[in-house]
Design a protein around this ligand. Structure first.
Ligand code: PSU
Ligand code: MN
Length: 305
C-alpha cells in the first residue's frame, strides 16, 4: 500500500491485517444507510462483521464519515449513517462526498473502488445493482455493473436486487467481460429467491475455486471483478412468483410517487417489506449474513493462494 490520499482512514486492525497479508473482506455500507430500517441496519452490520470474523477474516466496513473515506468503520462511525443528511455513495460520488465533507454509505461500486485502491481482494454485499426492470424507458442501469468491469475484486452477492431485470443484467455482465459464478447451485439466484429462472453461467462448490479463478484472472491480466452469486439460504427464501408479484406492486407505488434515480432502491425495499409482511426483510438479513460468511471463506482461500 502506498501514497493513499490523506482523507483515507484505515482502522488499525485492518491496516495490520493488510500489512501481514491476512484475509480481509470489505463490506459495503449503503445497505446500512439506505437499505435497511434503523436500528436493524446497525445490528445487521455488526452481524456481518461477526460472520466475517468467524470465517477467519478481518471485516473492513467502508463508509464516508465527514468527508473521510473510512475503512474498518467503527460502530460509532456507522451510527452517523442512520440520521439525515446521509448520501448514498456510488463510485462517482466518492470525490463529491470527500470534497464536501459529507457522510454516506458506499454502494458496491464505491466499495469495490476503495477495496481495489487499498488492496482488499473480496467485497460482500446483499445484492448488486443491475439493469432495472423498465430500463429500456428509464436507462436505469446501476453503476455497480460498470464497476464490476473496472475493479479486479471478488464480489459476493445473492444476485442482483429483486427489482432488476436478471436477463438483461446477465447480458450486460457478459458484454462487460465479467465472469459470473454461482456458489453450490446451477441456477442464478434472484436475491430473495433461489432461482431467477436463468441458469448459472458456471457453478463453483468451494471458496478455493473462487480464489483460483481470481488468481488466474490476475495472471492473465484481466481487470474485471469476479461476481460470486450465493443463493439465499433455503429456509428464509421466498418463492420467485411471490417476489415478482410484490416487486410489480412496489414499482407501481414508486411510479405513482414519482420516485427515480438513487432514491428508487430504498423506496422499493421499504415497500417490499410492507407488501410481504416483513418476510423480505428477514430474507434480506439472512442473505447478508450468508454472503459475509462466504466472503470471509473466500478471503481466507485467497490469502493461502
Ligand atoms: N441491495 C439491497 N439493499 C441495498 C443495495 C442493494 O438489498 O441497499 C444497495 C447496494 O449498496 C448496491 C446499491 O450497490 O444498492 C445499488 O444501487 P443502485 O441500483 O442505485 O446503483
Ligand atoms: Mn440506478
Amino acid at each position: 500500500m502506498h501514497m493513499l490520499p490523506s482523507f483515507v482512514d484505515i482502522s488499525p486492525d485492518v491496516a495490520d491485517a493488510l500489512e501481514r497479508r491476512r484475509p480481509v473482506v470489505a463490506l459495503e455500507s449503503a445497505v446500512i444507510s439506505h437499505g435497511l430500517p434503523h436500528p436493524t441496519s446497525l445490528q445487521t452490520a455488526a452481524m456481518m462483521e461477526a460472520e466475517v470474523r468467524t470465517a477467519g477474516a478481518v471485516p473492513a466496513t467502508v463508509a464516508v464519515i465527514a468527508g473521510r473515506i473510512t475503512v474498518g468503520a467503527a460502530a460509532r462511525d456507522l451510527e452517523r449513517l442512520t440520521s439525515a443528511p446521509v448520501m448514498k455513495i456510488a463510485a462517482r460520488d466518492l470525490a463529491v462526498a470527500c470534497g464536501t465533507s459529507a457522510h454516506g454509505g458506499t454502494t458496491v461500486s464505491a466499495t469495490a473502488a476503495i477495496a481495489d485502491l487499498i488492496g482488499i481482494p473480496v467485497v460482500a454485499t446483499g445484492g448488486i445493482g443491475g439493469v432495472h426492470l423498465g430500463a429500456e424507458q428509464t436507462w436505469d442501469v446501476s453503476a455497480d455493473l460498470r464497476a464490476l468491469a473496472e475493479y479486479p475484486v471478488a464480489v459476493v452477492c445473492a444476485g442482483a436486487k429483486a427489482i432488476c431485470d436478471i436477463g438483461k443484467t446477465l447480458e450486460y455482465l457478459d458484454t462487460a467481460g465479467v465472469p459470473v459464478v454461482v456458489y453450490r447451485a446451477d441456477r442464478f439466484p434472484n436475491f430473495y429467491a433461489r432461482d431467477s429462472g436463468f441458469s448459472a453461467p458456471r457453478q463453483i462448490d468451494t471458496p478455493q475455486a473462487a480464489a483460483a479463478i481470481l488468481a488466474a484472472g490476475r495472471a492473465l491480466g484481466r481487470r474485471t471483478a469476479l461476481l460470486i452469486a450465493n443463493p439465499i439460504p433455503a429456509p428464509e427464501a421466498l418463492r420467485e412468483a411471490d417476489v415478482a408479484d410484490a416487486v410489480r406492486r412496489a414499482m407501481q407505488l414508486a411510479s405513482g410517487a414519482g420516485v427515480r434515480g438513487g432514491d428508487l432502491t430504498p423506496f422499493l425495499l421499504t415497500a417490499l417489506a410492507d407488501l410481504t409482511g416483513g418476510r423480505s426483510l428477514r430474507a434480506n438479513l439472512a442473505l447478508l449474513r450468508a454472503n459475509a460468511a462466504l466472503a470471509g471463506a473466500v478471503a481466507v482461500a485467497v490469502s493461502k493462494d
